[in-house]
Write a new protein. Structure first.
Length: 104
């Protein structure tokens, strides 16, 4: 239950970052912050997965599903981190990476 609090806090930053992007018309800092917020959301989600899924017996969640969840979470975490860094120079690329991750 305690891991849910940081996750909810990170999700609560999404409207702020979205409004900042809209107001600034895709300036580098807001786009970088937007990607960093999604990085934080994904990182807290990984902790929730560890807590909720990895403690379940193998009959509830198969090892294949666990592996898929880990790979997907790790890949999107890296992509959001790269988008946060890259958006400082190329905000449209950073935003594009975020949107592609969210769509997929």
């Amino acid at each position: 239950m305690w891991l849910n609090v940081p996750h909810l806090f990170s999700v609560s930053l999404l409207p702020l970052s979205t409004a900042w992007i809209a107001q600034s018309e895709l300036a580098p800092q807001p786009v970088s912050f937007y990607a960093a917020v999604f990085f934080l959301v994904n990182a807290t989600c990984i902790f929730l997965i560890w807590e909720l899924v990895d403690r379940r017996p193998a009959r509830d969640v198969t090892p294949k599903v666990r592996r898929i969840m880990r790979v997907r979470s790790g890949a999107t975490l890296c992509l959001f981190g790269g988008a946060a860094i890259g958006a400082r120079r190329h905000p449209l690329v950073g935003l594009g990476i975020c949107v592609c991750c969210l769509v997929v």
